[in-house]
Write a protein that binds this ligand. Structure first.
Ligand SMILES: O=C(CO)[C@H](O)[C@H](O)COP(=O)(O)O
Ligand SMILES: [Fe+2]
Length: 224
């Protein structure tokens, strides 16, 4: 079993003091920084771009930065984010004209690559590209905003994708994003996820370490 990774979504961080807030969540025990990029075109919200990613690197953040692209088109952003210090780049398959090319561009840029599936996006986009994936991200809310409720049908989809990953023999992480909290992280992990994005559940609480510790103790129940 891969070690579980907790990836706070900085969508719910304090943007006025982002560097400090990212440091705080990493010092509280987070593994990865989840960086939500929204373009007011693919999704109805507008957030942050490569300059902010580079600013975090310049500030001294050394943890992996997991860039979740909710943009259309996709390809133009890949090089910009790789140069800005991204570690993982994921995108939505229906947002690109050439799925395989976008994955290749990410790999050539030196980053890990992943595909993101909205609750209603079919899994057939995985056909023929499993060998190019480091991450499969299942959205458990419709993309665009933090603070939404986890959509329960994601659990069945997770179980389905977990089987596909196991059957493929490739080393692919199964990430879940949206409405992840202390009280549901256990069942999400039991369904097969090993990387957990959580924004509001962590950043909307005063004590990040307490939330992350509680999440880890829920996850530890599955490891024992
Ligand atoms: O990609 C996203 C939204 O499109 C965010 O990563 C996600 O919503 C995290 O926020 P929360 O944990 O509050 O649901
Ligand atoms: Fe996200």
């Amino acid at each position: 079993m891969r070690p579980f990774l907790i990836a706070p979504s900085i969508l719910s961080a304090d943007f006025a003091r982002l560097g400090e807030d990212v440091d705080a969540v990493l010092n509280a025990g987070a593994d990865v920084v989840h960086f939500d990029v929204m373009d007011n075109h693919y999704v109805p919200n507008l957030t942050i771009g490569p300059m902010v990613c580079k600013a975090l690197r310049d500030y001294g953040v050394t943890a992996d930065i997991d860039v979740h692209l909710m943009v259309k088109p996709v390809d133009r952003m890949i090089g910009d984010f790789a140069r800005a210090g991204a570690s993982i780049i994921t995108f939505h398959p229906e947002a690109t004209e050439h799925l395989d090319r976008s994955l290749q561009l990410i790999k050539e840029s030196g980053c890990k690559a992943g595909l993101v599936f909205n609750p209603g996006t079919p899994l057939h986009y995985l056909d023929h590209v499993m060998d190019k994936l480091d991450v499969i991200l299942l959205m458990s809310v419709n993309p665009g905003f933090g603070g939404q409720s986890f959509i329960p049908s994601t659990l069945d989809k997770l179980r389905q994708v977990k089987k596909l990953i196991d059957a493929s023999g490739f080393d692919i992480r199964l990430q879940v994003d949206g409405g992840v909290k202390v009280d549901n992280i256990g069942e999400i992990a039991a369904a097969g996820a090993d990387m957990f994005v959580a924004g509001s559940a962590i950043f909307n609480k005063p004590d990040y370490k307490a939330v992350i510790d509680e999440m880890r103790s829920e996850l530890a129940k599955l490891e024992s």
